[in-house]
Design a binder for this molecule. Structure first.
Ligand code: PLP
Length: 376
């Protein structure tokens, strides 16, 4: 069976984990946590990075930092992972789901604009498949209405928009190092701060609401409960594993891009069929080959394609169920504007196998089976 995903292993992760064990510091924000933090700050040119147990945790920190509460509304796409919404619903904020752009499946700035009210506090964008949202327009809207912008960049480390790294544009951003992402440590994430005044509070939120970070730097002689917070620190064992992958990030990108390009090239006749579509990369976006997907003509055709691939030992998978039509989504949010593409495209999208080290013969087998299915 060709799996949909295989967690990335570049080799050498164990050595760093062994080193973490030998250094007798396994809790977070130790030497390996610092190495990953430095790497991210250097790569992004951001004010500060915090290594977290997940992207979900980083989004929760972001929600706390925006101070979104029961009086507030937060705008985001309905076509996203539950954590994007959960983080703000946990603060009691009302979610306003909006439609996506038909080509990129990213949040549509025109839909953001119509959803803004006096209660809007923040815009959360998701760079779907590691492809940049229209950040210039989104930042302009945010500035005009005095709103926070949070980038859910879970899939988007090393991608860029007009040459700028994703995660370095909004006030806040969140990355994921879950095993389904390009660079991983099983479970892990990072919160990125591009707006310096938020740093001090972020340090407390990460450390259970205490000023422990100041204590560690010798700035205060004991630490105490100062703010809301939780345990948003990731273990050294995880950051040790991750650090090896950050050191080999070009190697990982090259490998994934090779597979992505092979799909794009070999599937061109399939993608030329009427109403069958593939990923669209805007000129201003450079992506990290996080995902290769097909949009079938409809829901039924997708089910048949997934079935055909499965019979030929290939795992392919749908993606998000629109949040506004999910049980919790109905409780904590409303869809604002018209759902022209969210439901339609979520019902016909299928993701193809793509992982570090995927054999070329396996990519060609997937391509061949798709060609057979579409008879091209
Ligand atoms: C993977 C993902 C998350 C969650 O990441 P975790 O690290 O598993 O918490 C959030 N948002 C998006 C868009 C994702 O793809």
């Amino acid at each position: 069976m060709i799996p949909f995903n295989r967690p990335c292993v570049v080799g050498g992760e164990e050595e760093f984990m062994q080193e973490a064990i030998s250094q007798a510091k396994l809790s977070g924000n130790g030497p390996f946590g610092q190495k990953c933090t430095d790497w991210l700050e250097d790569q992004l040119g951001c004010e500060r990075a915090f290594m977290t147990p997940s992207c979900t945790a980083a989004l929760e920190m972001a929600a706390l930092l925006t101070e979104a509460g029961p009086e507030d509304e937060v705008i985001m796409p309905s076509y996203t992972f539950v954590s994007t919404a959960n983080a703000f619903a946990l603060r009691g904020a009302a979610i306003r789901f909006v439609d996506i752009d038909e080509k990129t499946l990213n949040i549509d700035p025109a839909q953001i604009k119509q959803a803004i009210t006096d209660r809007t506090k923040a815009i959360v964008v998701v760079h779907y498949a590691g492809v940049a949202c229209e950040m210039d327009e989104i930042m302009r809207l945010a500035e005009e209405h005095d709103l926070w912008v949070v980038e859910d960049a879970a899939q988007a480390l090393t991608s860029t928009y007009k040459g700028k790294p994703l995660g370095a544009i909004g006030h806040l951003a969140a990355f994921s190092f879950h095993e389904t992402k390009n660079y991983t440590c099983g479970e892990g994430g990072a919160l990125i701060i591009n707006h310096a005044p938020l740093i001090e509070r972020a340090e407390m939120i990460q450390e259970k609401g205490t000023n422990r970070a100041q204590f560690s730097r010798g700035m205060v002689d004991k630490y105490s409960w100062r703010d809301l917070g939780s345990s948003y620190v990731i273990s050294e064992l995880n950051t040790a594993y991750l650090y090896q992958q950050l050191n080999h990030i070009d190697q990982i990108n090259e490998d994934r891009k090779k597979t992505w390009a092979l799909y794009a090239r070999e599937l061109q006749h399939v993608l030329a069929l009427d109403a069958v579509e593939g990923p669209h990369i805007p000129d201003e976006a450079e992506h990290n080959a996080h995902m290769f997907y097909l949009k079938c003509r409809n829901h039924k055709e997708r089910a048949e394609l997934i079935d055909h691939l499965k019979k030929n030992a290939i795992m392919s998978v749908p993606h998000y169920v629109p949040l506004h039509s999910s049980h919790a989504g109905e409780m904590y949010g409303v869809f604002s504007g018209k759902d022209r593409y969210t439901t339609r495209d979520s019902e016909r999208l299928v993701r193809l196998p793509l992982y570090y080290g995927m054999l070329e013969e396996d990519v060609r087998h997937v391509v061949k089976q798709i060609q057979l299915f579409y008879q091209v």
